[in-house]
Design a binder for this molecule. Sequence first.
Ligand code: ZN
Length: 140
Amino acid sequence: MSILDHDNVRDSLSEAWRRSEPGTPNAHEEGGFIVRTGTGDLFVIGWPKGAQREILVPPHPNGTRGNMPIIATFHTHPNIGPGFQQEPSLTDIRAVRDDPDLSHADYEGEFVISQNLVYLIRRSGQVDVVGVTAAVLGIL
Ligand SMILES: [Zn+2]
């Protein structure tokens, strides 16, 4: 079962996307850690609200948050229209690839949610398209 097959994770990502007020003057990035509990459940621990084009990742020593392993991270790209990049930026890619606290084998990468597509930045720095946002997040 992949991470986004977990209904509660998908709902948390949809909620973060809505909260980032895409396409409005208040558009700002939202993000979070996806962690695994001792019983194998996954859930999202949100990051503090970001700015229009950036968001700060809270500390996550040894790939954990609240003593739970981080298995993925995500952030939104809520700015729409010409001049705004939808896909992960070089800064985004480096933040994943070059973070020693996100180098553990359980970490699948960082999802970047844009208006049209959801991307995944892998530990290697490779970027894949996960799918169409509305379908991936179940907000058709
Ligand atoms: Zn970004």
